[in-house]
Write a protein that binds this ligand. Structure first.
Ligand code: SF4
Ligand code: SF4
Length: 54
């Protein structure tokens, strides 16, 4: 499961679009959040434009 730094996240939604298993999504607060459905593929981390995912 990935951690999103909410101070860095700009809510662009790139991670949500990229995730193959729908494990990460932008919430009502405009920040992405990762669920335990994550399979640690790393795609969201690689695609985040601000490096908010680790
Ligand atoms: S690491 Fe992969 S499976 Fe996990 S949230 Fe990111 S894109 Fe989805
Ligand atoms: S790709 Fe990065 S900046 Fe965009 S919503 Fe996901 S965590 Fe936030």
């Amino acid at each position: 499961m990935k951690t999103v730094d909410k101070d860095l996240c700009v809510g662009c939604g790139a991670c949500e679009s990229t995730c193959p298993v729908g494990a990460i999504a932008v919430g009502d607060d405009g920040k992405a959040e990762c669920s335990d459905a994550c399979v640690e593929c790393g795609a969201c981390e690689a695609g985040c434009p601000v490096g908010a995912i680790s």
